[in-house]
Design a protein around this ligand. Structure first.
Ligand SMILES: [Zn+2]
Length: 135
C-alpha cells in the first residue's frame, strides 16, 4: 500500500532531467537524470567540477606558500643587506672577485645567489646573519 502511494506520488511529479532537459518519472535510478546515459554524463560533470575545485584549491595553496617563501627571502635579504659589508669581509676573496667580474654591476641578491653556487659552505655563515624566521 505504501509503495503504491509512493509510486503515484512519483508519477504525479515528473522530474526534469538535469542533463538533457527531458521530463521523466524518477524510478530506482538517479533522481536527477532520465537515463543511465544522462546519469553517466552527470557523474562525469561532477567529477570535472570536483577536479576543478580541487585544482583551484591546490593552486591557491601553492600561491600562498610561494608568497610566504618570497616574504621570508625578502626578510632574509634585508638582514643580509644590513650586514653586507661584514658579509663581504667573510667571503672567499677569489670567489668574490670571480663573481664580481662575472656579474657586476648587479644587486646584492644576484651576487649572493651566484656566490653560493660557487661556495655553498658560505650558507652556514649567511645563516648567522639571517633574522630569526620560522622555517
Ligand atoms: Zn536525460
Amino acid at each position: 500500500m505504501k509503495e503504491k502511494i509512493a509510486q503515484r506520488h512519483k508519477a504525479a511529479a515528473p522530474e526534469i532531467c538535469v542533463v538533457c532537459g527531458k521530463e521523466f518519472v524518477p524510478g530506482s535510478g538517479s533522481p536527477k537524470t532520465c537515463s543511465k546515459e544522462c546519469a553517466k554524463i552527470l557523474r562525469k560533470k561532477y567529477n570535472q567540477d570536483y577536479e576543478k575545485a580541487h585544482r583551484n584549491k591546490r593552486n591557491a595553496r601553492r600561491r600562498e606558500l610561494y608568497k610566504q617563501k618570497k616574504a621570508r627571502e625578502e626578510s632574509k635579504m634585508k638582514g643580509y643587506n644590513n650586514s653586507w659589508d661584514q658579509l663581504v669581509e667573510l667571503m672567499n676573496d677569489d670567489i668574490r672577485e670571480a663573481v664580481h667580474a662575472e656579474l657586476a654591476p648587479c644587486t646584492n641578491e644576484e651576487f649572493l645567489e651566484r656566490y653560493l653556487e660557487l661556495d655553498p659552505d658560505f650558507q652556514a655563515t649567511l645563516d648567522q646573519f639571517a633574522p630569526d624566521l620560522e622555517t
